[in-house]
Design a protein around this ligand. Structure first.
Ligand SMILES: NC(=O)c1ccc[n+]([C@@H]2O[C@H](COP(=O)([O-])OP(=O)(O)OC[C@H]3O[C@@H](n4cnc5c(N)ncnc54)[C@H](O)[C@@H]3O)[C@@H](O)[C@H]2O)c1
Length: 319
């Protein structure tokens, strides 16, 4: 089955942290968006989020005709997906819940509309297990906040058609996202496994008393994290290998790196350790609210995205 249905109208299922951000992005890209969420006050919260972040997406650039007025809301999920060309699901991260919700979405959505789940870690084989038309269901996992972060992980389940995976990749690319294909599905997909591997070590270094919470954050964000905003780790090792590049790195530096792996530990996360992290983060935040910190994050992300867009378009590192 092919999935070349033109996308004009997108249904956003669940309008919490991720759904509200996706809705803002889809509106900015010039789509009609119909959102649904059963929580009391969900529509008001969504409209407030979209209005509050419209300036941010405007700075990235709006498609002609993009407007907050093209957002509609219904508490009835079936009404939201009935006329949708593409569905982005963002409901709570519980396997049984997603299985039932996907069965309902599948029943109500046009049979050639792609249905993507933002799930952070549940595989599509699980989520699609009660669908009648599972061939059009995919994981389209964004990084928070999706109205700013370009990456989307795409992977199908055992019953997903390869055409659906291709169509999802093409769709996300066409709206300015940076989709990557996972050639196999696994719990946590890829991005959260990477974050998990790093955070396990952050927590262990705090647990061992090697670093304070603030210094562990600095060790990431003022060190390799700055480079990771520009290039991935394997490409960075290519530069780390000097004139010999990645081959030199593999010949001379990969060995010591691999030798260090057995010393990496899985810390026991006690309540005391959790409290140490909570206290450390609040001290680091220094009284700044979540809103203030989000604004700071978004402002810096916008700057970095602008520099990356410039570098991509000229294929040169800006001076
Ligand atoms: N928060 C993150 O950093 C992040 C990042 C990437 C992906 N995700 C994924 O996105 C999804 C949503 O996570 P979130 O952080 O936005 O959660 P959230 O709790 O902020 O939002 C979930 C929303 O779903 C709504 N909901 C409950 N039942 C529903 C139903 N039957 N139909 C429609 N909506 C319903 C809730 O009212 C709530 O507004 C999860 O699968 C999560 O794994 C989260």
């Amino acid at each position: 089955m092919s999935f070349d249905r033109p996308v004009n109208r997108i249904a956003v299922i669940g309008t919490g942290v991720i759904g509200a951000s996706w809705a803002t992005y889809f509106l900015a890209r010039g789509f009609d968006v119909v959102a649904t969420d059963p929580a009391p006050g969900a529509e008001e919260k969504l409209r407030e989020f979209v209005a509050g972040n419209w300036d941010t997406v405007t700075r990235i650039g709006l498609e002609p005709g993009a407007s907050v007025d093209r957002l509609s809301f219904t508490p009835v999920m079936g009404d939201a997906v009935a006329g949708a060309d593409f569905v982005q699901e963002n409901a709570p991260e519980r396997p049984e819940f997603k299985i039932n919700l996907f069965a309902e979405i599948d029943e109500a959505a046009p049979v050639d509309a792609l249905i993507a789940s933002s799930s952070s870690g549940i595989t599509m084989s699980v989520i699609q297990s009660a669908c009648v038309h599972p061939e059009r269901t995919v994981i389209g996992h964004p990084v928070n906040p999706p109205h700013l972060m370009p990456l989307v992980e795409v992977v199908g389940g055992g019953k997903t058609g390869p055409e659906a995976v291709d169509a999802a990749l093409a769709f996300y690319a066409s709206i300015g996202k940076r989709p990557i294909l996972l050639m196999k599905e696994l719990p946590g997909h890829a991005v959260n496994r990477l974050q998990s591997a790093l955070y396990r070590e952050v927590v262990d270094l705090i647990d061992q008393g090697v670093l304070s919470v603030a210094d562990a954050d600095d060790a990431v964000s003022w060190g390799p994290g700055l480079r990771w905003g520009v290039m991935g780790q394997s490409m960075l090792w290519h530069l780390g290998g000097g004139e010999g590049g990645i081959q030199h790195f593999m010949d001379h530096l990969m060995g010591p790196l691999v030798d260090s792996w057995p010393s990496l530990r899985t810390p026991v996360v006690t309540n005391e350790l959790k409290q140490t992290i909570v206290d450390g983060v609040l001290e680091e935040a220094g009284g700044r609210s979540i809103d203030e910190l989000e604004q700071l994050r978004d402002e810096m992300l916008l700057g970095l995205l602008a520099i990356r867009a410039r570098a991509d378009s000229t294929e040169a590192i800006p001076s």
